[in-house]
Design a protein around this ligand. Structure first.
Ligand code: ZN
Ligand code: ZN
Length: 331
């Protein structure tokens, strides 16, 4: 690896997706931190990201002190956008036995559990350091606050209702699974979790021969090429690829929150769409053609959604889902 190269977001994501046990973790940390030290991060907004991936490698290697140093530095590098870095730092402090400091850091972020599904990082930090009771208490608190709001605010917008439904679904399932791990019996919220999950199964049956509910996704290079080839599609898609995948993630989370099961994405290609439209005599910029094209792909290239939190993200970035589109859709 030449040391004069710029460190791109793609390279950071690639390192983040590696299985550290089988790689030279010291070299990866040096590559990331070296680029930060020497001002070689291609997009300065990714500086904190690079440091957090390095911190994660060190944490997995058991070097908690150095991981903490990097997480603390990530916070300082990006003072305006550091909630994730602070939750990583809080989790590390807890794992180091510095409970007061760690809990103070995480408690300051706790309100985000009611509004931001990406805040589930806090719960990871608590659980990985053995603070299971606190994790359960926070999940319950956030869940009940949202349930209470949906009961009392009857005039909220449809978007706000969808968002609340997706939050409730995420919190109640996470809480259900945590309580199961703790060997606790089902309470009312767990029954709600079961009902919502069963509603998903029911929605699956209702889809019958339509197969999975799939959305058409354009990988980055295809997305850029798509709008060049068919400028008329600018009205159907956002200007930025990041927003395209964020929109899909939001739509999928909403669908799951409303009980749709068996969700997935299919990756389109410009060449594939051109061939499909030609063969079927359709206009490639027409909604129906795009829908039929997506259906034609669902038999061969379906990516099930959601992936596991630690599995590769569905968007093909190479990053773990929990570090890629899961948080992206909520920003
Ligand atoms: Zn259950
Ligand atoms: Zn992604």
């Amino acid at each position: 690896m030449p040391t004069s190269d710029l460190l791109t977001a793609e390279r950071i994501a690639e390192i983040g997706a590696l299985e550290y046990e089988n790689t030279d973790s010291a070299a990866l940390v040096a590559e990331l931190v070296g680029a930060v030290d020497e001002g070689r991060v291609a997009d300065p907004d990714d500086t904190g990201y690079a440091l957090l991936v390095a911190a994660d490698i060190l944490e997995q290697a058991g070097d908690l002190d150095d991981a903490l140093t990097l997480a603390t530095r990530a916070i300082a590098e990006q003072p305006d956008d550091n909630a994730h870095a602070r939750s990583v730092r809080g989790g590390l402090l807890l794992r180091l036995g510095r409970d007061d400091e760690g809990l103070a850091e995480l408690t300051a972020l706790r309100p985000a559990l009611e509004t931001d599904p990406g805040a589930m990082h806090l719960i990871d930090g608590l659980m990985e350091s053995g603070h299971t009771e606190t994790a359960l208490e926070w999940l319950t608190g956030a869940l009940e606050a949202i349930l209470e709001r949906t009961r009392t605010q009857q005039h909220s917008s449809e978007d706000a209702q969808d968002e609340a439904a997706a939050m409730i679904y995420g919190l109640v399932q996470q809480r259900h699974d945590l309580r199961e791990e703790m060997g606790l019996p089902h309470d009312d919220h767990d029954h709600l979790a079961d009902r919502l999950r069963a509603a998903s199964d029911h929605a699956l049956d209702a889809l019958d021969d339509d197969g999975p509910a799939t959305l058409l996704f354009w990988p980055q290079a295809e997305f850029d090429a798509l709008l060049v080839r068919w400028p008329a599609l600018v009205d159907s898609y956002p200007a930025q690829w990041d927003e395209h995948r964020a929109q899909l993630e939001r739509a999928l989370a909403d669908a799951a929150g409303l009980g749709t099961a068996d969700l997935g994405v299919v990756a389109g290609s410009v060449a594939g769409l051109a061939t499909f439209a030609e063969r079927n005599g359709g206009d490639p910029t027409d909604e129906d053609t795009l829908d039929e094209y997506a259906d034609s792909l669902s038999g061969t290239d379906l990516r099930a959604w959601p992936p596991g939190r630690n599995d590769a993200c569905w968007c093909g970035s190479g990053s773990k889902y929990k570090k890629c589109c899961l948080p992206r859709s909520r920003s």
